[in-house]
Design a protein around this ligand. Structure first.
Ligand code: E4P
Length: 217
């Protein structure tokens, strides 16, 4: 399963990329709004670091505006993926952009019916938001399971990009369900590494080693 980081922070992207586990980046207007500098230059820098898919979202809500912004985003770098919202206009723009060979990530997906529409218009990625569904007492992971099942039934090539991951269990469950990608904030990626027994075990190994060296000295 691929791991993407969900952030606009170049510093965080650099340090996670250095670990060798990073396959791509997702951004959204809220995340990019937190960063200083020109957003297109920032996205270019992110592409240079990651050399994998980087999603940049349109902010227009009408078809013509989405197409215009989509073309601008796609021009930034060959790795750019245009993110459009799951609205009628977004689905229409997805069909048109995908028809031009531009990769599209359809975002803000909260139902299997919406995911089916995105696959039908050639989306490269569908982004179900699991955390935001959990927030309203609806199982985000059930949605991921339904989408994976539907896409397998028809051999759709749209990749299931599990978004709005809030903790490591979201990533593990996404992997168990056969989702293609989990996109996580830097803190969640950090948490994937942690296990108390790893820290305790390492501490004991090092102490035993030091003790043995002291006896030999
Ligand atoms: C995905 O592409 C979105 O940017 C993101 O995962 C949303 O996460 P949030 O619900 O934590 O804002």
């Amino acid at each position: 399963m691929k791991i993407f980081v969900d952030t606009g922070s170049i510093k965080d992207i650099e340090s996670i990329a250095a670990l060798g586990i990073l396959d791509g980046v997702t951004t959204n207007p809220s995340l990019l709004a937190k960063e200083s500098g020109d957003f297109k230059q920032n996205l270019k820098r992110i592409c240079d670091i990651v050399k994998g898919p980087v999603s940049g979202e349109v902010t227009a809500t009408d078809f013509a505006g989405m197409m215009r912004e989509g073309h601008d985003i796609a021009k930034i770098d060959e790795h750019m993926v245009v993110k459009v919202p799951l609205t009628k206009e977004g689905i229409r723009a997805c069909k048109a952009l995908a028809g031009e060979g531009i990769k599209v990530n359809v975002t803000l997906c909260f139902s299997p019916a919406q995911a089916l529409l995105a696959a039908k218009v050639g989306a490269s990625y569908i982004s179900p938001f699991v955390g935001r569904l959990d927030d309203i007492s609806t199982s985000g992971m059930s949605l991921v399971g339904e989408i994976v099942e539907i896409y397998r039934n028809y051999d759709f090539t749209t990749e299931v990009l599990v978004a709005s991951c809030r903790h490591p269990l979201h990533v593990v469950e996404a992997a168990r369900l056969g989702a293609d990608i989990a996109t996580c904030p830097p803190a969640v990626i950090d948490a994937l590494f942690n296990h108390p027994l790893t820290s305790i075990g390492l501490e004991k190994f090092l102490k035993d080693w030091e003790k043995a060296q002291a006896v030999k000295a």
